[in-house]
Design a protein around this ligand. Structure first.
Ligand SMILES: Nc1ncnc2c1ncn2[C@@H]1O[C@H](COP(=O)(O)OP(=O)(O)OP(=O)(O)O)[C@@H](O)[C@H]1O
Length: 303
């Protein structure tokens, strides 16, 4: 069982005049599913390529299990590159056996592991087909098998869910959960925030080459502003206007959604609503990951 922690420590990278990463820092712990999110060009792929040694950093260090990652360790990390990395003319089984051996497995172990993953990922009927003849979703399953076939100690996956149909998304989710349950640190990037929210133990939001939020999904949501949904059928439209620390964000018929600032008080809102007559609903809401993400991105727009 893998026990390591993958640490990304103050990684900086420039492409000419473009600052792609600036002291990017986070870690992915053993047994953790870490979702890496951020807008296009934020620096996710660059970070993952540096973690795998496909690209050199200008400064900073990547460590696994407390030690700087060297070639031998890299061979033990499962990687799914964004540009994918399969040989189109090679057959599925032949290719996976070959890749497993490149990662140091014996021929017999490579065949055994290949057959197990081919079966697990529903590729048995395709194992003697050339990769280029498979649908994109099936190619992605092969790519996942390639990342897993050598029994990796950590997994780094660049947008593994993009382009998958719902059944394939379920298979991918299940496999990633299984791997993290085995103690493998798993990080993946995605633009599908609902999926990240459902699946991940921890989420990192990257903006302009830096991590601007990092925490458990529940913890991140708790850190966001509290909203209240109040249904007061007899109240006038502006019953909540003028309450201290309260901002009205939506009015839908008799339902009003307000956001509480630091000096806002939910009990004061409830009392004000009750003064107008009956209150049919009073719900506390924390922002979803998607809403938090939008806040982070719009702060970027404002800065
Ligand atoms: N080979 C390259 N040459 C020059 N600039 C590059 C190169 N690769 C990436 N960049 C720039 O570095 C920044 C970070 O890009 P990166 O691909 O890491 O972002 P990303 O978060 O993975 O984006 P996406 O979600 O679109 O995949 C962007 O400004 C990008 O244009």
């Amino acid at each position: 069982m893998a026990e390591g922690v993958l640490e990304i420590d103050r990684i900086s990278k420039r492409y000419g005049t473009v600052r792609a990463l600036h002291e990017m820092t986070f870690d992915v712990r053993a047994g953790e599913l870490f979702g890496f999110v951020g807008s296009n060009g934020a620096g996710k792929t660059t970070t993952m390529r540096i973690a795998l040694g496909v690209l050199a950093a200008d400064s900073g260090e990547v460590r696994f299990d407390g030690k700087p990652v060297d070639l031998a360790t890299r061979r033990r990390i499962g990687y799914m590159p964004e540009e994918r990395g399969l040989y189109p003319k090679m057959k599925v089984r032949e290719q996976l056996v070959y890749l497993a051996q490149l990662h140091g497995m014996s021929a017999a172990d490579a065949r055994r592991a290949t057959d197990a993953w081919v079966d697990r990922l529903g590729l048995t009927g395709r194992r003697d087909d050339e990769v280029q003849k498979l649908s994109l979703g099936n190619q992605q399953r092969v790519q996942l098998a390639a990342a897993l076939v050598h029994d990796p100690v950590a997994l780094v996956l660049d947008e593994p869910f993009s382009g998958l149909d719902p059944v394939a998304v379920d298979v991918m989710s299940e496999v990633l959960r299984e791997q993290s349950a085995r103690g493998v640190p798993v990080m993946f990037s995605s633009h599908q925030l609902d999926l990240v929210e459902r699946l991940c133990d921890r989420v990192g939001i990257v903006r302009s080459g830096q991590l601007v939020a990092n925490g458990g999904v529940a913890e991140l949501r708790e850190s966001g502003p509290l909203r209240l949904v109040v249904d007061a059928p007899d109240a006038g439209e502006d019953w909540a206007a003028g309450l201290t620390g309260v901002r009205v964000v939506a009015v839908d018929g008799s339902r009003t959604t307000v956001e509480l600032g630091e000096d806002g008080d939910d009990q004061q809102v409830l009392a004000a609503a009750l003064k107008t007559g009956p209150v049919r609903e009073f719900t506390r809401l924390r922002p979803t990951l998607t809403e938090l993400y939008r806040n982070v991105v719009s702060e970027q727009g404002a800065s």
